[in-house]
Design a binder for this molecule. Structure first.
Ligand code: ATP
Length: 510
């Protein structure tokens, strides 16, 4: 209930005023996120104080993520903010029944074991896209899925998020908090590669409307506003909060900021598990760095973050905690990102001193390089033949075979399987808020208002149309100028009117 929500928010606000221990302080948020939080809500003018207060309140709620809360049943619940708990309880509570109980661990611990995906390509034709993959993702960690194009990164992300295409078949097990769970919207968030945002709305409006469309009606407006401001601060968007997203005729926020707005929309429901499909695609290296740094901050707040990344710079690579490297649907390496260089060196492919590690790994596992080598001629070919790089001595396909078989016999592989079994034994609650909690009426009103604002600000959609209608009106109207008032004139006018009406309809149909 809203009272329950208020109580939980207030109690946490009060609780947060006690001095935090250094370890608590460091576990709450990453330095950049905290630094941004300290700057408070953006924008100037008379509303700044209100916004700053609202953002401050929301930050208390946001900082409570990853903290230990006491559930109504008296059990200690790990890794859940009061808001998440209330959202979940409200969605689970049956009329007349008590609120659902939270059991043990609620942070998202995801494991997948011997996961294979086969797609049907036509009658009798199938393709194995993922081949017996095993891994895990824990709260507080940022896991990067890397591999060449077509290696199966997006398919793995889809398989873990439970959104595989209809022609794809999964075998093996995917467990969330030790249970088989169908991940639905709310429990886990999935940020797609494309930013589906309305160009005419500002960043604050975009996040605000999304809050109205998804949060429960009974949640007080002030709390919703505080949550929106807190999310803006958490994603580092306060400097562009009042800038429009932008479209073909409107210069708006940058590509990196757009990506962060897309992530912010998913964060509103406080998911414990975050999937991102290529969050840095199309961004320059500094924007990619800031987006990844934000993801790391979200992970440090107790969330489980899994992202597929195409070709990270060395700075971005350093931000990853875990690396899942794929090639042709097979696992080449899974373990700490910082230990990947060691594994490649053990197998006989050490990373040259001045090379970006991620470029080196992708160079080792991308069989397209065989085709590149085959097309080289002249001095380039001679240089490769003289080179002492082990990769130039064998084909990439052979290198991949060597790496895959070395990984399957390595300590990394056995450690991962053992950890998967250990994690699967920890049973916890699967947070499933079952989608939007706003009522139909609230959604209809919000969508109507948003649509009107969008139309009134969109030059092409509204003003250009209005101009065209005015021009057409003048053109048709002037046809009747000085036609006279005789019977024949009236008949002619009527004919013109009907043919004009029919023409207009025909044009509309076209
Ligand atoms: N539903 C499907 N039907 C047919 N083929 C599929 C399907 N899903 C994936 N594939 C195939 O599986 C392979 C892996 O695709 P996926 O999109 O997972 O690769 P990726 O590593 O994400 O590539 P990219 O980096 O280019 O996005 C591709 O060859 C793709 O054509």
């Amino acid at each position: 209930s809203s009272q329950q929500l208020n109580t939980s928010l207030t109690s946490h606000r009060t609780a947060s005023h006690r001095p935090a221990s250094p370890s608590e302080e460091s576990s709450r948020a990453s330095p950049p996120v905290r630094a941004r939080a300290m700057r408070g809500g953006g924008g100037g003018g008379g509303g700044e104080d209100t916004r700053r207060t609202a953002a401050g309140q929301a930050m208390v709620e946001l900082q409570a993520n990853g903290a230990t809360a006491t559930s109504a049943s008296g059990a200690m619940v790990v890794g859940l903010s009061p808001l998440s708990e209330t959202l979940w309880r409200d969605s689970k509570a049956m009329p007349g029944a008590g609120a659902a109980a939270l059991i043990g661990e609620v942070s998202a611990r995801l494991t997948w074991k011997d996961l294979s995906v086969t797609v049907a390509l036509g009658p009798g034709k199938t393709q194995t896209v993922l081949d017996e993959l095993t891994g895990f993702a824990e709260p507080g960690s940022l896991t990067a899925l890397m591999g060449p194009s077509g290696s199966g990164k997006s398919t793995l992300l889809d398989a873990l998020a439970g959104r595989l295409a209809a022609n794809a078949f999964l075998s093996g097990s995917v467990l969330l908090n030790g249970r088989k769970a169908k991940l639905s919207f709310g429990a886990a968030a999935y940020v797609t590669q494309d930013d589906n945002l309305i160009g005419t709305l500002t960043v604050r409006e975009t996040i605000g409307y999304s809050a109205l469309l998804r949060l429960p009606d009974k949640m007080p407006r002030d709390d919703k506003r505080a949550l929106v401001e807190g999310t803006i601060v958490e994603m580092g968007l306060q400097d562009c909060a009042d800038t429009v997203i932008g479209n073909w005729h409107l210069r708006g926020v940058s590509g990196g900021e757009k990506r962060r707005v897309s992530i912010a929309l998913e964060l509103l429901m406080r998911p414990r598990l975050l999937f991102l499909d290529e969050p840095t695609s199309g961004l320059d290296s500094s924007s990619a760095f800031f987006v990844t740094q934000t993801l790391r901050g979200l992970a440090r707040d107790g969330r489980t973050v899994i992202a597929s990344i195409h070709q990270p710079s060395s700075e971005v690579f350093e931000l990853f905690d875990m690396l899942f490297l794929l090639s042709g649907g097979k696992n080449v390496y899974f373990g700490q990102a910082a230990q990947a260089c060691e594994f490649f060196a053990e197998v006989g492919f050490p990373c040259p001193p001045l090379r970006n590690p991620s470029d080196h790994f992708l160079r080792c596992v991308n069989s397209d390089f065989d085709k590149v080598k085959a097309t080289l001629k002249g001095s380039m070919k001679a240089r490769i033949e003289r080179s002492d790089d082990p990769l130039d001595k064998i084909t990439t396909s052979e290198a991949i075979r060597k790496l895959v078989s070395a990984y399957n016999r390595s300590q990394y592989y056995y450690a991962a399987r053992e950890k998967v079994n250990d994690i699967a034994r920890i049973k916890g609650t699967v947070m499933d808020s079952r989608g939007s909690q706003a009522s139909f009426l609230m959604q209809a009103c919000t969508l109507t208002r948003r649509s009107f604002i969008n139309m009134s600000r969109d030059f092409g959609y509204y003003w250009l149309r209005l101009l065209i209608y005015l021009l057409v009106t003048v053109c048709i109207g002037t046809i009747y100028l000085d036609v006279g008032t005789k019977y024949t004139s009236i008949l002619v006018s009527l004919k013109v009117l009907i043919s004009g009406y029919l023409d207009q309809n025909a044009m509309n149909l076209l």
